[in-house]
Design a protein around this ligand. Structure first.
Ligand code: MN
Length: 730
């Protein structure tokens, strides 16, 4: 444990005018207050505030901050009171300790509302005096360094809180070193496997590249000193956490990373920075698009530096950061750098307030005053803290955090699976927008829903969140299954009707064992998919029918017959087009279990027949289709179907016609004109010229129904230039 004189020494090293007496009194007061208290590690508790103070002496902070660090846990954890501290150490220190005491009980990993409230308290406390934040961050850093002594579940919770709240806040304050150490410590507890993997790979990388790195460093230093520039050149490996984040973000392996190692060149003046840049760019070729000038345009958190990447001596990419000592301090300590003791006096809190990072904090707290609720405020602030996420709101103000690139579909699924599944459109900030719009920070997203909607399977590859992807897959699978089951039920209803026996779910349930299926839906879906034959289901439900061979039941629709041979659907003679006993077919598209024969398929009005294909459901053919001959020897695959279109002219159907025309200028124009005048769509035209007099044309049309198709055909036949028109069915 640090001794009294050691603490004073540490402060005096950067601040010879430090108030020794004050530091001594704080040391003794806190030591007595904590008495015999122990930390989880078994160490005396008092070691903790001393370590926190030591971290702050590294940042060269003023006496009040150091004393507040020594006292930071006394009011919350011991008999000490704020009044006592005010009277013993003055109100400046008293207020710092008070702010820290208020932050003590914040728990961010709780429900959203409390998280918002806690975050608000944190920022209010630190906005009053930024030194509260510096002590708080040092406190968190020491707790993270000693996290191993905590219970496993607590460790992960604290580590997550650190990554979510404290590390970004440190980053926003420009305290890059602190941020990186917090992230690395947390990473080890949140993703131990990934951490170990990256540490191992990093060690391997360093071992393999040691010589190269040393030579680049040497060459760089030499070439700068030859030109009279005093520079310190340091190689630096990327931190495990940022390596991992990059691997995750870009879905790449460690080996694919190109910027694991970089160099930092520190020079005395701004002018030197640009001279160094010039030397580097004229010595090695630069990689286009990688040069950034954060000196003329500093980052929001005051960070200044020149960044560039060049192709180095061994043809490897080398990343370089060039900056002055002052910029380096700001890069390392951020807002605290402004407090560094200088010119024989301690910088005041006021000077820190001049930093733009602190200005940001002030502005953020100002918006707090205007926010209606703590959540709203948390949202505001988080927006600026997290750069790889977008924060959007529901119309009711619910905050939804999504990865960058997320769409309203992701948003819907993040709110609730049902919302995602029923999404048909959306409004972003009150205006209609496509569901695939990339969401921006602060967008208010309203999902337009529709009952009975099934998410298109294509969404799966368009969303970015795993939750949405999994839910879409589940929903589309379930929908396909429901459609097969629906088709299966219709097939079975008609089959049972034909044999004059009732069908019920109870009867099917009783036969599940014989059918080797576990649920009624399984049976229905198997029949719908063509994997189980309706005849087999009938026999399983009514075993007494097994040996019977009989003529059609009286009253059954159609002049059909049936034969209960094993492994067959009941086969019927084809019904009339309006036979209600046939299975109704509603058309293309929505029904995945029903598809149409490709090229020259059926159009409404055609007499149609269905062919079952195991695993695929039913394919619809016009009755005159020559393709049907292929199924002649498989009667069990035939299915009676009829059209059932609720809304006429809601959807066009593909049809194919073949024309023979005289070769004359303007023939094609005449043909297309006739089709267009009759409201037909042309999907494709194929031309073939068998001799110099005639042209053969295959035209793929989209028509409403058979009547429509026939009208077009007869109109075409009237044209003198056309010698023949025929419909083609596949
Ligand atoms: Mn503490």
């Amino acid at each position: 444990m640090m001794r009294q004189y050691e603490l004073v020494d540490r402060v005096k090293r950067y601040n010879p005018n430090a108030d020794e007496g004050l530091l001594d009194r704080a040391y003794v007061y806190a030591m007595k207050a904590h008495g015999t208290q122990k930390r989880a590690s078994g160490d005396p508790f008092f070691a903790h505030p001393l370590e926190v103070a030591a971290i702050l002496t590294d940042m060269r902070l003023d006496d009040a901050t150091i004393v507040a660090a020594v006292l930071h846990d006394t009011v919350e954890d011991t008999a000490a009171t704020i009044d006592e501290i005010n009277s013993l150490f003055g109100t400046e220190i008293g207020q710092l300790v008070d702010g820290l005491t208020k932050l003590k009980k914040l728990d961010f990993v709780s429900k959203k509302a409390t998280q918002g409230e806690n975050f608000r308290k944190l920022l209010l406390a630190v906005a009053a005096d930024v030194r509260v934040l510096l002590v708080k961050l040092a406190d968190r850093l020491h707790n993270m360094r000693t996290l191993d002594h905590m219970r496993a579940d607590k460790r992960v919770r604290i580590a997550e809180e650190t990554v979510e709240i404290y590390a970004p806040l440190a980053g926003r304050m420009g305290m890059q070193e602190l941020r990186e150490e917090l992230e690395e410590l947390a990473f080890r507890h949140i993703k131990p496997d990934a951490y170990t993997l990256i540490i191992t790979k990093l060690a391997g990388f360093k071992a393999a590249n040691d010589a190269v790195i040393a030579s680049i460093e040497r060459e760089l230093a030499q070439s700068l000193s030859e030109r009279g520039i005093k520079a310190s050149v340091k190689g630096r490996a990327k931190r495990p956490y940022s390596i991992w984040r990059k691997m995750e973000r870009k879905s790449i392996s460690f080996e694919q990373l190109s910027d694991i190692f970089g160099f930092r060149v520190i020079v005395p003046s701004i002018e030197d920075c640009y001279r160094v840049l010039g030397i580097i760019h004229t010595t090695w070729p630069m990689v286009p698009g990688r040069y950034k000038d954060y000196i003329s345009t500093p980052k929001q958190n005051d960070y200044r530096s020149l960044h560039t990447t060049v192709v180095g001596p061994g043809h490897e990419r080398v990343e370089l950061q060039i900056r002055t000592e002052g910029m380096d301090r700001v890069a390392e300590y951020g807002v605290a750098a402004h407090a560094i003791y200088k010119d024989g006096r301690t910088a005041s809190a006021k000077e820190m307030s001049d930093s733009s990072a602190y200005q940001w904090l002030r502005r953020t707290v100002d918006t707090l005053a205007e926010s209606a609720s703590p959540e709203e405020f948390l949202e505001h602030t988080k927006l600026e803290l997290f750069h790889d996420q977008v924060f959007c709101f529901s119309p009711k103000g619910l905050l939804i955090a999504l990865p960058r690139g997320a769409t309203p579909i992701d948003f819907g699924y993040a709110v609730h699976t049902d919302v995602g599944n029923s999404a048909v459109g959306c409004k972003i900030n009150g205006r209609n927008a496509p569901l695939l719009t990339e969401l921006q920070n602060g967008d208010e997203v309203e999902i337009v829903r529709s009952k009975g909607q099934v998410p298109p399977a294509a969404w799966e590859s368009l969303v970015v969140t795993g939750k949405a992807r999994a839910a879409i897959r589940r929903a589309t699978r379930a929908a396909v299954r429901r459609q097969y089951a629906g088709l299966g039920r219709q097939i079975l209803e008609r089959s049972f009707e034909r044999v004059g026996r009732p069908l019920s779910d109870d009867k099917l349930k009783a036969a599940l064992g014989r059918l080797a299926r576990s649920t009624v839906e399984d049976v229905l879906a198997s029949v719908g998919r063509g994997e189980m034959f309706s005849g087999d289901v009938v026999r399983a439900v009514y075993p007494d029918l097994e040996t019977e061979k009989r003529p059609p039941v009286e009253g059954a629709k159609g002049p059909g017959w049936f034969d209960l041979k094993q492994g067959e659907n009941l086969k019927f003679k084809l019904p009339n087009a309006d036979d209600p006993s046939a299975i109704p077919i509603s058309g293309l598209g929505s029904d995945l279990a029903v598809r149409f024969a490709p090229d020259g398929g059926a159009v409404p009005g055609d007499r149609i027949v269905g062919i079952m294909s195991p695993g695929e459901g039913v394919t619809i053919y016009p009755i005159q289709s020559p393709a049907l001959a292929a199924f002649d020897n498989e009667p069990e695959r035939w299915l009676d179907v009829r059209w059932d279109l609720e809304d006429k002219r809601m959807r066009r159907f593909p049809a194919r016609i073949m024309l023979q025309s005289i070769n004359e200028p303007g023939t094609l124009a005449q043909i297309t004109q006739v089709i267009a005048e009759h409201d037909g769509n042309i999907d494709a035209v194929k031309m073939d010229r068998p001799n110099s007099d005639f042209t053969d044309m295959t035209v793929d049309l989209a028509v409403w129904d058979l009547k429509h198709l026939n009208a077009i055909i007869s109109e075409l036949r009237q044209k003198p230039v056309i010698s023949a028109v025929d419909r083609i069915v596949a």
